[in-house]
Design a protein around this ligand. Structure first.
Ligand SMILES: *[C@@H]1O[C@H](CO)[C@@H](O)[C@H](O)[C@H]1NC(C)=O
Length: 341
């Protein structure tokens, strides 16, 4: 008898197609799993999981490229820099250590981003022991050679070569910008705002705070403060103890070739000659509240960030000296506590 095909067997085309579709999905998933296992094996080290692969196929499997040098060591953008050339007066070492402490560890003054190096530039005269001490306390060390070949003042003192050697900070090209501080700068508050402050883009490569008017400067071993009430706009004579710098090897070489200035103040005179406000590369004035070059007790209430003087021997007001003494005490306490740990 002729039997009609049951509806189940009828070639409806629907169910077998669904099945085929499922197989396809499983095949694709399987292929994906296999491929990802192969690529994982390669990226996680061919040595550990040894796979035999035909050389013709090997070329088709992409391997991770070499790690770029930028990822290995990121270029630091900014640093605080100071300079130590002699410790015949041990107060200079104390003062350098104090600056490192204030910038890195002192809760009242540190750079809270903790992203900037504290660099100490050392001349060959400074011993390995001192270098090791500064490194232990957190500094990054830059050794430089004494810088020769610049014009000397008539009465040369023992430290003329050191003074010019300070110019090496213009060659610290592993940083985009550096804030140079003489090692006798005492912080009253963090200096971290300076990196984003007005003028910090440094069109000529140098910014700072004027200490006096050029027309009033005299060659003298005594430090003469500017007349009371002299306007900031008139202070076109930069104090080289506090400078925001964009290091540049070309600029550094150019500075080494500068001649024809009154050499009495050596590197500071050279800098003021080259970066003259009337010349081609005027230095940029930063907010004068970043540093007081002739500290007065009123600076403390007026919100200055730092005071620049040899607190252990310059004739500074008692209130100022007291702040220095307290900072030294905090530092000693800090390191005592650290040694006991
Ligand atoms: C200045 O820096 C460059 C690059 O780091 C270096 O090759 C050169 O010797 C430096 N110049 C001096 C005089 O130290």
């Amino acid at each position: 008898m002729y039997k009609l095909p049951s509806p189940v067997q009828a070639p409806t085309n629907k169910k077998p197609n669904k099945r085929r579709f499922r197989y396809l999905i499983f095949q694709i998933l399987g292929a994906i799993l296999l491929l990802s296992w192969i690529s994982y094996s390669f990226s996680s080290g061919v040595d550990r999981i040894s796979l035999k692969i035909h050389p013709a196929v090997e070329g088709l499997i992409s391997r991770p490229g070499p790690i770029s040098p930028i990822r290995q060591k990121e270029k630091k953008k900014e640093a605080y820099v100071t300079f130590l050339s002699s410790i015949t007066d041990p107060a200079y070492l104390l003062s350098t250590r104090l600056l490192i402490y204030q910038l890195l560890h002192d809760p009242l003054n540190l750079d809270s981003t903790r992203s900037r190096d504290i660099v100490v530039v050392l001349t060959p005269e400074i011993s390995q022991d001192v270098e090791a001490l500064l490194m232990r306390e957190g500094a990054t060390i830059e050794r430089v050679e004494l810088l020769d070949g610049l014009d000397l003042p008539e009465q040369v003192n023992d430290h003329w070569r050191d003074q010019y050697t300070k110019l090496n900070i213009f060659n610290l090209t592993s940083y985009e910008r550096v804030l140079y501080l003489d090692n006798d700068v005492l912080l009253l508050k963090s200096l971290e705002d300076i990196w984003h402050s007005d003028g910090s883009d440094l069109p000529s490569g140098l910014g700072g705070v004027g200490e006096n008017s050029k027309r009033l400067m005299r060659n003298t071993d005594l430090r003469i403060p500017p007349p009371e009430g002299l306007d900031v706009e008139e202070k076109d004579y930069l104090n080289a103890g506090f400078m925001l710098i964009r290091p540049d090897e070309g600029l550094f070489e150019e500075l080494r070739g500068v001649r024809g200035y009154d050499t009495f103040y050596m590197e500071q005179a050279l800098i003021n000659h080259y970066f003259d406000w009337e010349g081609e590369h005027p230095w940029t004035a930063l907010d004068y509240k970043f540093v007081s070059h002739f500290p007065r007790s009123s600076d403390i209430e007026e919100g200055y960030h730092s005071l620049h003087a040899k607190m252990w021997k310059d004739p500074v007001p008692q209130a100022v000296r007291q702040i220095w003494e307290q900072a030294v005490e905090r530092m000693e306490e800090h390191w005592r506590w650290h040694e006991e740990e």
